[in-house]
Write a protein that binds this ligand. Structure first.
Ligand SMILES: *Cc1c(COP(=O)(O)O)cnc(C)c1O
Length: 421
């Protein structure tokens, strides 16, 4: 039986698409290692890790085993008034990996919800301590998810959420950092924050950012000194710092967490995407003792959030197995190798007239084009070349599984070179 693409087109939403003129979708029937298998048997080398998540590749025996073992125990139980081993073991493992000042874990069911919870934590903390502090600071070109509190801290003009602007709470926005990761640091890039804080700190609860890598807002890499300067200014003015490590966490940028590039620790940290090795939807929001104490002193007395599928045991078990693979440290050499190879093999693109910039950091390779690309046409060209790469706007970028072979990675870079020439 073949996959009913006509039904899909007529009845099923896909991400960020129109129901009237949807972009084409490709029928995938299996995935293993770093390849996706099309219904007609063709294999595509995966350049996306399914949106940053499948860092160990697909159909991984260790992750499969963790999931089936847990399935034979229990698939799910509510987390209100109940606890279980997968949640406890996963929280223990997480707390060993993150900065030691982060001590409390909230399990959320998606990245956007982890951001909602982080914002709620920050606002509820200040409700107890200083209720005047209700505003957030975010960065232009930032992306933090698709739910409403998260949308309100996404880039207010460029983002796909621009149309909801009037319906969203109004926060403060800083210019996108104009200090690239590998150029000399320009201290004036943090002046807008210094000015904003000196004028408005009494109204501001927290600053939220994606550390080092601004993802869907433009795939931009900024300088670690910017992040340390933000931390110092937040400390000076008593502002909570929320690090959204949903895309960057677990090794993607060459450090276990991107905050490590600047040696800083946030007050609240969001994790997701690679957390469950790309198997099930799971995210987490971590905070310090101080934040947890403040929240618990607020009028509500507790953190007012509790999803039905909170700390789902299947998701926790597979995440624990994934973190076990991360904890072996193999990712460090893998990501370093990917970075070297991406730098080498994408370098020729710098000469192409259509290419504005070529950027590589850790296991992320980006071609910024002069003009927006034709996504459907480019996607078809990539599939014809046996690779899965999903461009958007003027960005052709990859963030493959860490387990990709040098040969597979070359297939991806060759396809990128070819379409951008
Ligand atoms: C993907 C992403 C989110 C949203 O996560 P979902 O699981 O898609 O809701 C939030 N913040 C960042 C930085 C992301 O990359």
């Amino acid at each position: 039986m073949s996959i009913d693409l006509a039904f899909d087109r007529e009845h099923i939403w896909h991400p960020y698409t129109s129901m009237l003129t949807p972009l084409p979708v490709y029928p995938i029937v299996a995935a293993a290692g770093c390849e996706l298998v099309l219904e007609d048997g063709r294999r595509l080398v995966d350049g996306t890790a399914s949106w940053w998540s499948a860092v160990h590749g697909y159909n991984h025996p260790v992750l499969n085993a963790a999931l089936t073992t847990q399935l034979s125990q229990m698939a799910h139980v509510m987390f209100g008034g109940i606890t279980h081993e997968p949640a406890i073991q996963l929280a223990k493992q997480l707390l060993q990996m993150v900065p030691s000042t982060l001590t409390k874990v909230f399990f959320a069911d998606s990245g956007s919800i982890a951001v909602e919870v982080a914002i709620k934590m920050a606002l509820q903390y200040w409700q107890a301590i200083n209720p005047q502090k209700t505003k957030l600071i975010s960065l232009r070109k930032g992306y933090h998810g698709d739910t409403f509190a998260a949308m309100a801290v996404c880039d207010p003009i460029d983002s796909m959420h621009g149309m909801f602007k009037e319906l969203l709470p109004q926060h403060f926005f800083l210019p996108a950092p104009d200090c690239p990761f590998d150029s000399p640091f320009t201290p004036r890039s943090v002046e807008p924050l210094a000015q904003l804080l000196s004028a408005h700190h009494q109204d501001i609860a927290a600053l939220i950012l994606e550390p080092i890598v601004q993802g869907y807002g433009g795939m931009r890499f900024y300088h670690p000194h910017y992040l340390s300067a933000v931390r110092a200014l937040c400390d000076k003015y008593g502002i909570l710092l929320i690090a959204d490590e949903i895309a960057t966490g677990f090794g993607r940028t060459g450090k276990l967490f991107a905050c490590e590039h600047a040696n800083i620790a946030p007050d609240i940290m969001c994790l997701g995407k690679a957390l469950s090795g790309g198997y099930l939807t799971l995210a987490a929001t971590l905070c310090t003792d101080e934040v947890a104490r403040g929240i618990s002193q607020s009028a509500a007395g507790g953190l007012m959030h509790g999803p039905t599928f909170m700390a789902n045991p299947l998701a926790c078990a597979v995440a624990l197995a994934s973190l076990g693979l991360i904890a072996t440290g193999a990712w460090q050499q893998q990501v370093a190798n990917i970075e070297q190879q991406l730098k080498r093999e994408l370098a020729p693109c710098k000469q192409f007239a259509k290419v504005k910039d070529v950027r590589v950091l850790g296991a992320i390779g980006v071609l910024e084009m002069q003009e927006p690309v034709n996504v459907a046409a480019l996607q078809a060209a990539f599939v014809a070349q046996g690779v899965w790469i999903r461009p958007f706007n003027n960005l052709i970028y990859i963030m493959p599984p860490f387990t990709i072979s040098a040969k597979e990675l070359s297939q991806l870079t060759q396809a990128m070179v070819q379409v951008s020439a």
